[in-house]
Design a binder for this molecule. Structure first.
Ligand SMILES: [Zn+2]
Length: 310
């Protein structure tokens, strides 16, 4: 198996990788490893403060009620991308050396959890604002600054607070795997497709497509210039061509005139692999961690087999 990043990627958290010398089952194993095995951080426990607060300056009463049930807020918190630092030595709570022998309610130390607090009040009674939006940026990280919510994610809304309402809680983020809950899934939209090469078989008839004035995703016109000696193997361009061919395919009324003027041929053993992380981890890190997961799994399998046949 040979992997190389497709030119122009990563785009933000989006990634495309060309995987060669392999087959669909291996690529699918990689896909499953990314979705369910690569560990990442997510908020997994929230302790809400319930009650009534009195504002000292204004003599105003604030109550711990708001538009959303606690469960929904906890779920929304779980979905906020928590920066995961694979090299910082964070441990899974059930594998943490300081905590593994403790009773469940005592589990949790700086090695296996990151703490965030939030304390936000709605607008005061004399304010013109009818409500205040609580956002991911309102979370205060009380652990290592490495785990501060990244700037891109700070605008994620959590809930509204109206006048006289407050929201206060402590949230605990832990390392987990997507197989246990989607909040720990390192990437979404993990897909792959065969890698194609395009061939311009009938340049004259291909004008049916070229005359539609379509553009590639990076803004080049879709025309004969995309082909060198009638072939095109640049991956991003072929993906754009594949999309464009839908405009002249079956059911468009143009397929007879087009007459398969451009043909896509599968490249044996090659796949284009795509996914997008939520920002907790860099896309390259997710890929490398998935490979490590697979490697360790197959080593273990080898050892198990040795024992089974001994
Ligand atoms: Zn611990």
């Amino acid at each position: 198996m040979k992997a190389s990043v497709v030119e122009g990627y990563p785009q933000g958290n989006k990634m495309k990788v060309l995987i060669e010398d392999t087959d669909a089952s291996q690529v699918n194993a990689l896909r499953r490893a990314i979705m369910s095995d690569v560990p990442k951080m997510a908020i997994s426990k929230v302790m809400f403060t319930l009650g009534v607060n009195q504002d000292n300056n204004h003599d105003e009463i604030f109550e711990s009620v708001n538009a959303l049930p606690d469960e929904v807020i906890a779920h929304r918190l779980a979905m906020i991308p928590i920066p995961t630092q694979p090299d910082e030595g964070m441990a899974f709570p059930d594998e943490c050396e300081s905590c593994m022998d403790l009773a469940e309610e005592d589990v949790g130390c700086p090695t296996c959890q990151v703490l965030y607090t939030l304390n936000v009040q709605g607008p005061s009674a004399d304010s013109d604002e009818p409500f205040r939006v609580v956002r991911a940026g309102d979370l205060t990280n009380v652990s290592d600054p490495l785990f501060d919510i990244s700037e891109d994610m700070q605008s994620i809304p959590i809930t509204y607070l109206a006048q006289g309402q407050f929201l206060e809680f402590i949230a605990f983020a832990t390392l987990g795997r997507g197989r246990d809950h989607a909040k720990w899934s390192a990437a979404s939209a993990v897909t792959f497709q065969p890698c194609y090469e395009a061939e311009l078989k009938k340049p004259k008839k291909a004008s049916v497509l070229f005359d539609l004035n379509l553009k590639t995703s990076d803004g080049r016109p879709i025309d004969a210039k995309l082909f060198t000696s009638k072939k095109c193997s640049d991956i991003s361009t072929v993906l754009d061509l594949e999309k464009a061919l839908h405009q002249v395919g079956h059911g468009t009324g143009r397929d007879a005139d087009f007459d398969d003027a451009i043909v896509l041929t599968k490249v044996d053993g090659s796949f284009v692999f795509s996914y997008e992380t939520d920002g907790s981890l860099a896309p390259e890190a997710v890929f490398n961690m998935a490979i490590e997961e697979l490697k360790s799994r197959f080593t273990n399998l080898g050892e198990d087999l040795d024992r089974a046949f001994a």
